[in-house]
Design a protein around this ligand. Structure first.
Ligand code: AVJ
Length: 324
């Protein structure tokens, strides 16, 4: 797989470095210091996340797949969708169930995977195009702040945002995101949203602090990503430990890297020194857990009318279908 990958260009590397440095400037000197979760997903981080999705403690991926397996036909019937757009598509693994239905009987249709990583996108697109000959696969690079114009006829678009990634946003970011989604769709178009649900705190914490330590490795990999992408001295992964905490008030899991000794890192690339005292933490991710009713109200408040909602058998995860 890596042999077939195009090399990341020097220009792309420079752009990435500047984007990271902007996020560092904005987040690292805040209280608590933070960094957007997108930086987890370098090659190694993406591979670690793949391993997370099959951990016994990490139920969301299995739960969402279960719902999609049961409801794909119904989703396409209700929406009448002929063009499917997926934000954060990655390898489109779960989406295949839906694409099978979309192209059943050799019907032509469009699938537009949208992702921040052009490498993964192009690989996925090529693979899908050969698997689904009647499907027009139209990949596009997009982040969660900017959607390109979505192909397809008004009333026949379906935009997917799966995996529970909506949970990574703060309340403000989520509001902005839903406004963007509403603006990208026309009357009669649909939006399908995957969201993790509130449940027993011990199960939630276990899902983000697994027994064999894959999630800890995923979290600590962020230090290596930063160290590799921007010039810095004194930033060492041995100085941090992984932590997952349930915040009941905010209804979210927080992933943190807690300093096990005083840290002083010199970010020579941005000309600033960063200090974190022993016992203090860097917040690396929030993962908001939802109440189904509240989520439906929030969608409706943004002009996205809920028309159906499902959970897996155990009631752990939800898919909500909304219409403009
Ligand atoms: C990919 C954002 C849905 O929040 O559950 C998994 C990422 N982080 N384990 C999540 C994640 C730690 C995941 N999302």
């Amino acid at each position: 797989r890596s042999a077939a990958r195009p090399m990341t260009s020097t220009q792309e590397q420079t752009d990435q470095r500047h984007e990271l440095e902007e996020d560092l400037r904005e987040g690292f000197w805040a209280d608590p210091p933070t960094l957007p979760p997108r930086w987890f997903y370098d090659e190694r981080g993406s591979r670690l996340f793949d391993r997370i999705t099959s951990l016994p403690e990490y139920y969301p991926t299995r739960a969402e797949r279960e719902i999609l397996q049961q409801r794909s036909a119904q989703i396409l019937e209700v929406t009448g969708a002929r063009s499917v757009h997926e934000l954060g598509a990655g390898t489109s693994a779960k989406t295949r169930v839906l694409l099978d239905e979309l192209t059943a009987g050799g019907r032509p249709a469009t699938y537009a995977p949208l992702d921040i990583s052009s490498e993964v996108l192009l690989e996925t697109a090529e693979q899908l195009q050969s698997e689904y000959p009647t499907l027009a696969v139209e990949p596009a690079v997009a982040d969660f702040h900017h959607l390109p114009p979505l192909a397809g006829a008004d009333g026949e678009r379906l935009l997917l945002f799966l995996g529970g990634t909506i949970g990574n946003f703060t309340e403000d970011e989520r509001a902005g995101f839903l406004r963007m989604v509403r603006a990208a769709l026309a009357p009669g178009d649909h939006f399908l949203l995957g969201a993790d649900l509130v449940k027993d705190a011990a199960r939630l914490v276990a899902a983000y602090d697994d027994e064999v330590g894959v999630t800890a490795e995923f979290n600590l990999n962020l230090i290596d990503v930063i160290d590799r992408m921007t010039p810095v001295t004194g930033l060492r992964r041995e100085d941090f430990e992984h932590e997952a905490v349930w915040d009941d008030e905010a209804s979210r899991i927080e992933m943190r890297l807690r300093a096990v000794r005083d840290v002083e890192a010199d970010f020579t690339g941005i000309g600033r020194t960063w200090q974190l005292a022993k016992g203090e933490h860097l917040r690396t991710e929030i993962s908001r857990k939802f109440d189904p009713g509240e989520l439906r109200d929030e969608l409706a408040g943004h002009g996205l009318q809920p028309v159906a909602g499902w959970t897996d058998e155990a009631g752990d995860f939800s898919l909500t279908l909304a219409r403009v």
